[in-house]
Design a protein around this ligand. Structure first.
Ligand SMILES: Cc1ncc(COP(=O)(O)O)c(C=O)c1O
Length: 386
C-alpha cells in the first residue's frame, strides 16, 4: 500500500530502530545497559496513585470527558503556574490539558501551518519538532545552537534571515539535549523577537524542575501572551511519563484556535487520571527535592563515565540528561556510541540524532539506577583496558 505523501522524509524514530537492534543483541545474550532513553524509572507520589485507585473504583467516572479537560485539573495547573513560575493563567480560558506535551507539538503545527509555511527549529533539538512541522505540511528552517553561544539562538543571524514565511519558532529551555538553562535576558529577547516578526514562539518546557532550583516560564515575560504558547508536562517533573498528562498554556484566542484542531483529533483524558494529576501538581518543594537528590547522585556517576570516555561537559546542566563533547579521536557521536554498544554492551545516545550541530556530542540519560551506572562504568573500564 502506498503511504500518504506527508510521510515522505519521515523515517522511523531513531530510538524505535535502535531499540529493535538492542532487543536483537539481548536475544544473543548481551544484556545491554540502555543509557539512552529519558523515561523516568521512579514512581509518582503514593498519594497520586491513591487518587487514581479510589477515583477509578467509582461508578460515575467512566464516561467521555470534556475536550477542555476537567476544571479541577485546569485549576490545579493554574495554581501550579502561579506558585512556581509566578504566572497568572485563567483556568477557564488560558489552559488546555493535553495527553502529554508531545501531542501538543503536533496540535500547534496542525493549527497554524499551511503548506510551505515555515517554522524555526533548534539544531540540536527534540526531533519531534521537525517531524510535526513536516507532517503538518510546513517547512523546517533549522537555526543552529552552539556551545560557544551557550546553546542559545543567534538573534543577529536570525535577523539577517528571510523570516517572511516563518509562523512558528520552537524553543525549549532547559534545553534538550544540551541541558542548557536560559541565561538572564534570553526569554525577554525571545518575546521581543516574536512580537517584532509576528512569529508564535512555542516554548516546550518539560524539564524546568529537574536539576534546576529556579523553574522558569516564558509566559512570565511581560506581554508574552501576545506571542507565546507554552507546553508543559508531568512526565518528568512528577515521574508520570506513561500517564500522558501535559498542558498547553496561552492566550484565550490561541487556546480556542488549537481546540478547533484538538477536539477533532482526540477526546478528554480519563477523569481519574486528571484528578490524580491535579493531586500531583499540589506537591511541595520536598517532592521536587527528593526527585532531584536521586538525579544528582546519578549525575555524579554519569560524570565519572563521561570522564572515562574522554568527554568534556559543562557543570550545572538541567534536565534528565548529561550532554558531553566527545574526544577528537572519534569521527562523531555515532562512532563512539557504536563502539561502546558493541564492545561494552552499553548504549548511549549519539548527539547527531538531535541535528547536525549535535554530531560531536553524546547524551547520557539519568533515568538508570546508580547500580546500572556503576555497572556501565565497570564495563567501559574493562573495554578500555583491552
Ligand atoms: C524536549 C521534549 N519535549 C517534549 C517531550 C515529550 O514529553 P511528554 O511526555 O509530555 O509528551 C520530551 C520527551 O522526551 C522532550 O524531551
Amino acid at each position: 500500500m502506498q503511504v500518504a505523501k506527508r510521510l515522505e522524509g519521515i523515517g522511523e524514530y531513531y530510538f524505535s530502530q535502535k531499540l529493535r537492534e538492542i532487543d536483537e543483541l539481548n536475544k544473543q545474550g548481551k544484556n545491554i545497559l540502555n543509557l539512552g532513553i529519558g523515561s523516568p524509572d521512579l514512581p509518582p507520589q503514593p498519594e497520586v496513585i491513591k487518587v487514581l485507585q479510589e477515583e477509578s473504583a467509582k461508578p460515575n467516572v467512566h464516561a467521555y470527558q470534556g475536550y477542555k479537560g476537567s476544571p479541577i485539573l485546569r485549576g490545579a495547573i493554574s495554581q501550579w503556574y502561579n506558585k512556581w513560575y509566578g504566572v497568572d493563567l485563567n483556568p477557564d480560558t488560558e489552559i488546555l490539558p493535553l495527553i502529554g506535551s508531545k501531542e501538543g507539538i503536533m496540535h500547534i503545527c496542525m493549527t497554524y501551518l499551511n503548506d510551505g509555511d515555515e517554522a524555526l527549529i533548534p539544531n540540536p533539538g527534540y526531533p519531534t519538532y521537525t517531524s510535526a512541522v513536516k507532517l503538518a505540511g510546513g517547512k523546517t528552517v533549522p537555526y543552529t545552537l552552539t556551545e560557544a553561544n551557550n546553546w542559545e539562538p543567534d538573534f543577529d543571524a536570525l535577523e539577517r534571515a528571510d523570516l517572511s514565511r516563518v509562523k512558528l519558532m520552537w524553543v525549549n529551555y532547559p534545553q534538550m539535549p544540551t541541558g542548557q538553562l536560559p541565561s538572564a535576558g534570553l526569554f525577554e529577547k525571545l518575546v521581543a523577537f516574536g512580537k517584532k516578526h509576528s512569529i508564535l514562539i512555542c516554548h516546550d518546557n518539560p524539564y524546568s524542575f529537574i536539576l534546576n532550583e529556579s523553574p522558569a516560564s516564558l509566559l512570565k515575560v511581560s506581554g508574552a501572551k501576545d506571542t507565546v504558547i507554552e507546553l508543559n508536562s508531568l512526565s518528568k517533573s512528577h515521574n508520570m511519563a506513561g500517564w500522558r498528562v501535559g498542558t498547553l498554556c496561552a492566550a484565550k484566542e490561541r487556546i480556542e484556535e488549537i481546540l478547533r484542531f484538538k477536539s477533532n483529533m482526540d477526546s478528554g483524558m480519563f477523569l481519574p487520571v486528571q484528578l490524580a494529576a491535579a493531586k500531583a501538581l499540589g506537591a511541595g518543594k520536598d517532592w521536587y527535592d527528593s526527585v532531584n537528590a536521586v538525579y544528582r547522585r546519578r549525575r555524579n556517576k554519569v560524570e565519572e563515565l563521561l570522564t572515562l570516555l574522554g568527554c568534556e561537559f559543562s557543570a550545572g546542566q538541567a534536565g534528565m540528561f548529561m550532554w558531553a563533547r566527545i574526544p577528537g579521536t572519534y569521527k562523531n557521536g555515532y562512532a563512539l556510541s557504536d563502539e561502546i554498544l558493541y564492545n561494552a554492551s552499553v548504549f548511549i545516545t549519539p548527539g547527531g540524532i538531535f541535528g547536525s550541530a549535535g554530531d560531536g556530542y553524546i547524551r547520557v540519560s539519568l533515568c538508570s539506577t546508580e547500580e546500572k551506572l556503576t555497572e556501565s562504568i565497570d564495563r567501559v573500564k574493562t573495554f578500555l583496558k583491552k
